[in-house]
Design a protein around this ligand. Sequence first.
Ligand SMILES: [Zn+2]
Length: 321
Amino acid sequence: MKLDKIKLDLKFNQKRNFKLITPCCNKSNRDGKYINYMGMVDRYGYCHSCGKVSLPKQEYQDEKGEKYVWNENLEKFEKVFDTGMVNQTITEHKPIDPSKKIELKYIDPSLVKESIQHQPENNLLAYIRKTYGDEKTERVINLYYLGTDAIGYTLFWNVDKNLMVRKAKAIKYDTSGKRTSKIRSPFLNEDGYKACLFGEHLLKFGDKDKDIYVLVESEKTAIISSIILPEYWWLAYGGINGLTSDKMKVLKGFRVLIIPDMSENAVSIIKNKLPLMMQLGIHAEIWDMIDGRSDEQLKQDLDYNNDLEDIIKKKQNNYEN
Ligand SMILES: [Zn+2]
């Protein structure tokens, strides 16, 4: 059996579904900020409220027209039945043999080097430079191998503890350093590129007995926090569901503090991981910034979905006013 990659034909459906609850930020769509794609079920679309794109998994098709997706947990292709989509076209005829075990692949380090040297640098780095100065910016570029791709996306390279380059996440930021909905993953899991924690390579440099490794949700938060609080090592798990057992294994024997973003969901997902982390021999604690508040209360306090950088900024503003 050989599988072909299916490309989605993405077009926005101009008719909004005002009754849905957005899959990204869990809001009512009364204001019509969530737009669906044509020919797809309601949970796939673009959200003007939080800026996230919700898309189905990459699909593949065999000779008989049966469809498959890659299961990240089982690390194999599995058949899917109702995919909820109609507008699909096969554009890439590069057949994959799913019976063969997928070998772990690494990215050529010269690509990383090239991206670090790429000019002009991306909007996020320009923002960091403007806000925190050249010296601190150069430090984080070197510490995290921050790069720019050909169309101005910020490249967050996943470098593991053996200094091997595993994967990359590419995000486009606007000039004020805010992320846009444009996110790409240029190296796919099913092609053999497996993610690790962003900043995993830093485990190699710290003192295992003394240092504290702080885990946050987004790569940008890790970078900004490492500028503001350079006495800690900052790693990112890359998304609300990004802290997988595969990624956390390397933390065995390290002292870890996890700071989830501020929502009931983000905090409870991480709290549920603690028993597993203990089993794996990781000394982990959570800094729960929501402190028992509900999402409703967080919204009233203007803290909802905030991350550590937002909290620090808010405190700075309070001092200045
Ligand atoms: Zn949203």
